[in-house]
Ligand binder design. Structure first.
Ligand code: G3I
Length: 476
């Protein structure tokens, strides 16, 4: 067998800042497979500074403002992720039942991609901004319309969206911890998990998020209700990858320093977290830095999106809640965010090497250095030979010998993980998460040392992610 065909490394500051953002956005940060860097220079834009720690810094974009050159100049320069403010919502994308319209959504998407930015999808199932025909539906007809909508929109953008807000704002405000009353909720309590299962099948490469507001304060009932739902989903194998915290902070819903506890607690359930619609009434530079540092403190915090560019672009312009003044000048909060991002620890870059089990101290190994398709991988003493060298590609493959891929032979618990000739399938793509888990893109299940085994010969399988030491991996 020959030496590995390792793809060119992504060198963030020279050629790959945007590519890194894309790879990280779509595939998760690659902390486990990378060599640490020791220092980095200060970056001069929010996106560039966030990319240094493997994150993105994004904004909501309104298609109607793309003709405003002050707006596009700032947005193009500063941000490396984009969320369509309204253009991918239900009323915009399916104005008549079964008739999809992606004109405005594509305008935002194309602007983002042409300017080197990743895209967050927002949003597929929501009580608000439903077109009239959907508002009048209920029960099984509404359920069918919801799944058709998810399939239609996710099908159009298949493989192009880093994260989708699959379900938005399903919990009630206040102290009840209950679901919000809506036609979707009245269609049956399982509407959320049905939405997520539909979404996984529609685009297995997208991270699937639940997104809500007033869920940043760890002590609030709404936060705890959302936490219980995500924990339940993870326990039962409902496919959820991330939780979006909208983070609209204002005098009724102020920032609280326990936000970091909230982010950490959700991440510990085995999901990524993201700050998805940040704005802060009055734009305190201190509060903006606190929020930024809360994300930076949590390895599974993927990035931050602010909900608009200038104060005049905000849905709440009277709050002056954003990072740029109406004339396009930078506010003090801009500088505090940039400085916080620049002070963060650098993220490692993808590469090739051994993959060592945290619990076993042994390496992911192809038994007998076999090159036969279907050979199940196992744990073995790390020895640096070619059958233990795994190259993580930009497509999300883990390649050994150059042309064989780590391959899941199915999608259920206990599925054998083997080597197989690379062919580009989703069963050969993996998300490398900064908590050390390696998640199959097709299955959403984790690379797992069977039965918590640690000995030579322990077979590797897929299993529901538990964050156990037999599911955490590191580069040696
Ligand atoms: O474009 C029409 C315009 O032609 C018309 O004359 C005008 C009359 O009111 O309405 C305009 O559309 C408005 C649209 O924003 C574009 O500006 C809608 O009325 C208005 O309802 C809509 O508001 C959006 C709001 O979601 C609707 O729920 C805001 O832009 C958008 O920022 C906001 O975003 C939400 C997130 O999706 C979810 N989280 C909360 C966040 C803030 O409310």
């Amino acid at each position: 067998m020959g030496s590995n065909a390792i793809p060119p490394p992504i060198v963030r500051r020279k050629i790959g800042r945007l590519l890194t953002a894309l790879v990280v956005g779509v595939l998760g940060s690659a902390a486990v497979l990378v060599a640490p860097q020791t220092s980095h220079a200060a970056e001069s834009t929010l996106g560039g500074a966030a990319a240094q720690s493997g994150r993105y810094f994004g904004t909501a974009i309104a298609s109607g403002r793309l003709n405003d050159s002050t707006y596009t100049t700032i947005a193009g320069r500063e941000f490396n992720s984009v969320t369509a403010e309204n253009e991918m919502k239900i009323d915009a994308t399916e104005p008549q039942r079964g008739q999809f319209n992606f004109t405005a959504g594509d305008r935002v998407y194309n602007w983002a991609v042409q300017n080197g930015k990743q895209v967050r999808g927002h949003t597929l199932a929501w009580h608000s901004q439903q077109p009239g025909w959907m508002q009048s539906l209920s029960g099984s007809a509404l359920r069918q319309a919801m799944t058709n909508h998810i399939n239609g929109v996710m099908g159009h953008y298949k493989g192009k969206i880093a994260q989708w807000d699959v379900v938005n704002e399903a919990f009630a405000d206040g102290t009840s911890g209950a679901r919000r009353d809506s036609n979707l909720q009245r269609s049956g309590n399982d509407w959320i998990e049905v939405a997520f299962r539909t979404a996984r099948a529609a685009d297995p490469a997208a991270k699937l998020c639940y997104n809500d507001y007033n869920v940043e304060n760890w002590t609030w009932a709404k936060t705890q209700a959302m936490y219980a739902m995500v924990r339940d989903f993870k326990q039962r194998g409902v496919p959820i990858d991330c939780v979006g915290f909208q983070s609209h902070f204002n005098s009724d819903s102020p920032y609280n320093s326990n936000f970091r506890t909230t982010l950490q607690s959700f991440a510990a359930l085995g999901v990524d977290v993201a700050i998805t619609e940040l704005d802060i009434q009055g734009a305190s530079a201190t509060t903006y830095a606190n929020v930024t540092n809360d994300c930076l403190a949590v390895p599974r915090c993927l990035g931050i999106t602010v909900w608009g560019v200038r104060d005049t672009d905000s849905w709440r312009p009277e709050h002056s809640p954003l990072l740029f003044n109406g004339d396009g000048s930078k506010k003090p909060a801009y500088t505090s965010v940039l400085n916080a991002l620049n002070a963060a620890s650098p993220a490692p870059s993808p590469g090739s090497g051994q993959i060592k089990g945290v619990g076993s101290g042994r390496c992911l190994d192809v038994p007998g250095a076999s090159t036969t398709d279907g050979t199940q991988v196992n744990l073995w003493d790390c020895n640096n030979r070619t059958n233990q060298q795994w190259a993580y590609t930009a497509a999300g493959e883990l390649r050994v010998y150059g042309n064989k891929c780590l391959d899941a032979a199915g999608t259920g618990n206990g599925t054998k993980v083997q080597i197989y000739s690379c062919w580009g399938g989703d069963n050969q793509k993996w998300r490398l998460n900064s908590d050390g888990s390696i998640v199959g893109v097709q299955s959403g299940l984790c690379l797992d040392a069977t039965a918590n085994g640690t000995a030579n010969g322990t077979l590797i399988q897929l299993y529901s992610c538990s964050n156990g030491s037999n599911q955490r991996w590191a580069r040696t």
